[in-house]
Design a protein around this ligand. Sequence first.
Ligand SMILES: [Mg+2]
Length: 422
Amino acid sequence: MIALLDANNFFVSCERVFRPDLMNRPVAVLSNNDGCLISRSNEVKALGVPMGAPYIKYKDVLADHNVAIFSSHFTLYGDLSSRMMSLIESLVPKIEVYSIDEPFIDLSGIKNIEALCHHIRHTIWRSLGIPTSIGIAKTKTLAKVANYYAKRTPAFKSICYLDSFDRTELALKKISIGEIWGIGKQISKKLESQGVITAWDLKQVDPRCMRQQFTVVGERIVRELNGISCLAIEDVEDLKKSIQVTRSFGKPITNFYDLKAAIATYATRLGEKLRRQDLFTQNVSVFIRTNKHRPNDPQYSNSATVVLQKPINDGISLIKAASIALQQIYINGYTYSKAGIMAHELKPKGQNVQLDLFSNKFEEPLQSPELWEAIDNLNKRYGRGTLFSAACGKSLSWKDKKNLLSPSYTTRWDQIAIAFAR
Ligand SMILES: [Mg+2]
């Protein structure tokens, strides 16, 4: 048996952990630049405000209902996520982290499955204050279905166990194929035109037929719905092929220096991501573009790639490479709204590397792993941006708009929650 644990309204729940006063108040979390709603409490869902709704459009409705609004605070969510995952890991033999708030849990060999799952939920609630739902079934795809019901059926008390054929049949008959893991809009449209409406209908489709139409991915879904596990719990993360940092600017950029500073900041962030995974890159791409939602403005977008002589992951070399790429594509006179940097051809540490015979040895100290470990540790301890390259610039007017950010309760000493006792 496999369980899928999923935190309820995760970002909202994270905001509530240190704000018990919000426990019964509607809460919503916004995307980058405070653009759209990306997490809603049940009260906000009940208001009929859809997922991904533009904040501007619903601002008045939300204010009328006294909804507490937050900018997205990924440092907080990431930290609470890793605490939740290690808590679960301490209670079960094996998990696979599927997303920031969803691990698959391998339950093979567990005798009292339901009791263990109640214990996991209770432990997370008591230790972290995060509410969760658990779906249990024979395969990952069915565990996702079970989780769908665990969330929506109050009688299940947040745990749904598809332990019998009858229960599974009932569950599959009442769920449309669009809700099934891996069935996107395109596929569900095509299937619906063939009369396949519910997951139960999909379960009856000949797997070979699915393979012909939707490749092996489609075939697997049908087999998984039939209780045949095709997707194992994987404990090793696949080696990523590329890593990127892409953002829209809080305010449009019209000059080269601000754009260069923005790219340098993204390159810094990219370096942090690479070093955290012990990866190096030899191939750095930068893209810039104007706002395509303003068709009356002159439009431009372009990208450039710099191929390096040896793999790097230090901030200074990444900023240098990114600046070279930017110079190749920058054209004056446009209003830029978005940019990004990507590292390709990632190599793990220690992989054989062709050394550069002619490299300038004065550059070496800047690439010393000890230096960057020290920088990372300082920024981790005292907050991101404590130590940064001057290339990133001091004026951050182009930075993400985050006007409604909550404190970094769990990652900054100066923002730790204070409790008063009477
Ligand atoms: Mg969730």
